[in-house]
Structures are given as C-alpha cells and as structure tokens.
Design a binder for this molecule. Structure first.
Ligand code: CO
Ligand code: ZN
Length: 326
C-alpha cells in the first residue's frame, strides 16, 4: 500500500499532462481488471465483475502544477498556476518541469521595502521560475519537486490530491477478487482546472450511481478552522455537501449503513468550499446519482499534503463492502 502511494504521488502528472501517471496506473491495475479503455480526452476507465447495479468510482489522476507563460530572460520565466496554487505555496519551492529541468520560484524586487510589500501581498506577477540557466519553452508544465515521507501513522507527499484516491481504487480492484456486481474505476484528467475529464468519463458506461474519491480539508491542527469538522484518523469522510454539489442522499444513507454494519469508522463531511468530480458526474448523461467519499488531508495543494494510513485503509474497506452489498 505504501509503495503504491509513494510511486503514484512521486510520478509527474499535472492537469493536461497525465500520460506518465496514466501509464503507471494502467501498469498497476491491468492484470486485475476484466477490461479497460482510454477515452478521447485521456480518461482511463477499467471494469471488473458482472451483473448487479453497476457503479463507477472516480479519482482524478492530475495534480496541480505550473506552466511557463513568458521568458523574462534566458533562465528566468513567468509562470501561471495550473489549478489552485497559492503564490505562497509556490515561493522558494523547487519545481520539476516535464523535461526534467529543476527550477526554483523566487520573488523579484529592487529594494527591501518592495520585498516586504510583495511578501505581504504575494501574487504571480512578482514571482519567477529560475531554471538554473536552462531554457524552458512557453507552455512547459511543471509540478512541485517533492518526495514521499512516512511514519507509522501518517504519509506526506505532493499530489495526495488525488493520488491517494487513485491508490484506493488500485487497491479496490486488487482486493475484490469476485465482485458481486460490476464496477468501474475511472481515472479522470484535468479535475484541477474544472472537473473536465469527469464531465465525459461516464459516457461509455451504463451505471446507476457514481462515487468520487478525493481529499478534503482536515481541521485538526491546534487552532483549526472551526466551521468544518473533518479530522485525520477518524475514518473516511462521507460528504454531504461542498460548494459545487450535494451528494445523493440515497448513496449517503447506504454508505453510512454499510460502515455501521461492517464496523468501519467514518465521519460525516460538510465542506464549505471546494468541489469534486461528483459535481460533474451528477450532471453528465441523463444525470448520475453521485456522492463523494473523502480522505481528510492537511496542507492540500502544497508540496507536503498529509494523510492518515488508517483513513486510507478504512476507505478501501468501505468501498469494497459497498460494492459487495448489492
Ligand atoms: Co485538488
Ligand atoms: Zn482533488
């Protein structure tokens, strides 16, 4: 499990540049599924089992990143976030570009006063990527250069959003030897720039429900944000609502019932911002009843997203049990 997450999080795959991560996922699942296809925009869909009420689980393959927008002079470039990246998360971080070039983001200033002023109100106008003299073409993508770290309870890496969801689906297809109903696992592209892949991922399949697996905020630091309740280590979060959609009530009720009956820890989630692939799945085709199961995560969209091993394992358990209840 840990090795799967390590490999998945360390692999390059910003929105729109998912080839490497898609190949890795395919490598991991292909011997454990009955079939798979890659659709015209690059989503990967695999399936397993037969009969029952088919369901699709979706996790997004892409991670947030940057893209080179202009050359200031050779070795210094303007960049723009791909997905939601705060300039504060970018500053003084290492990035790796698609050709392997390593760069660091700095802040341009002529005076100490200007430096102070910019730091207190940072934006991408003031930031540049220094590629140590290497040429970078406009349109080149990059991601945080960050490696996986773990202790007994927790794991830290870039791209836990949403490679932890991807890893859960990888474990799901490996665990369920004889599923009692047909299920699909979908790995979507370009979630971070607006749920792009998931808005078409379900077209080739006939399913009666969809569940997105994604990270959610964890309010468990000493003075954590008090308007949300999710905590790492308390089990998968069954999402009632976020800013972009409200989960189908019947799916929520079934998830809760399965968790209770199987003795799997879980928590309810109301996120007051954000959105997941469920928002797109719900309005695709004739409308697919959809919900989200989330992994509480600290420091989302930074190079060091932290999740709990037990939450990961309990999410795999919950989804496995959910498939087996027809
Ligand atoms: Co995200
Ligand atoms: Zn996500």
């Amino acid at each position: 499990m840990v090795e799967t997450i390590r490999k998945l999080t360390e692999t390059f795959g910003p929105s729109g540049r998912e080839e490497k991560i898609r190949n890795l996922i395919l490598e991991m699942i292909k011997d454990h599924v009955d079939g798979y296809e890659i659709d015209r925009v690059g989503n990967l869909i695999a399936w397993k089992g037969e009969g029952g009420e088919p369901i699709i689980f979706v996790a997004h393959m892409d991670e947030i990143g940057i893209v080179v927008t202009n050359e200031i002079r050779e070795g210094f470039y303007r960049v723009e976030p791909v997905g939601g990246m705060s300039p504060y998360s970018a500053l003084f971080r290492r990035f790796v570009l698609e050709d392997g070039t390593i760069g660091i983001v700095g802040v341009e200033h002529e005076t100490a006063d200007e430096y102070k002023k910019f730091l207190s109100n940072l934006n991408f106008d003031h930031l540049y990527l220094d590629t140590m003299g290497r040429k970078a073409r406009i349109g080149t993508f990059g991601v945080y250069d960050s490696s996986f770290v773990e202790n007994e309870d927790l794991m830290m890496s870039k791209a836990m959003d949403d490679r932890s969801g991807v890893a859960i689906l990888v474990e799901l297809v490996k665990n369920l030897e004889n599923p009692k109903r047909k299920f699909y696992v979908g790995f979507s592209v370009q979630e971070e720039v607006g749920l792009v892949g998931s808005s078409v991922i379900a077209y080739p399949v006939d399913v009666s429900e969809a569940i997105a697996i994604d990270v959610t905020d964890s309010a468990d630091t000493p003075k954590a944000f008090k308007r949300i309740s999710m905590k790492m280590g308390k089990g998968p979060a069954i999402k009632v609502k976020d800013k972009m959609s409200i989960s189908d009530r019947r799916i929520i009720d079934r998830l809760v019932k399965v968790a209770e009956e199987e003795g799997i820890p879980y928590q309810m989630e109301v996120l007051i911002f954000g959105g997941t692939d469920a928002a797109a799945l719900m309005r695709t085709k004739e409308g697919i009843p959809s919900a989200t199961v989330s992994i509480p995560t600290r420091y989302i969209h930074t190079p060091s997203e932290v999740i709990s091993k037990s939450d990961f394992e309990n999410t795999v358990k919950l989804l496995s049990a959910y498939v087996q209840r027809v």
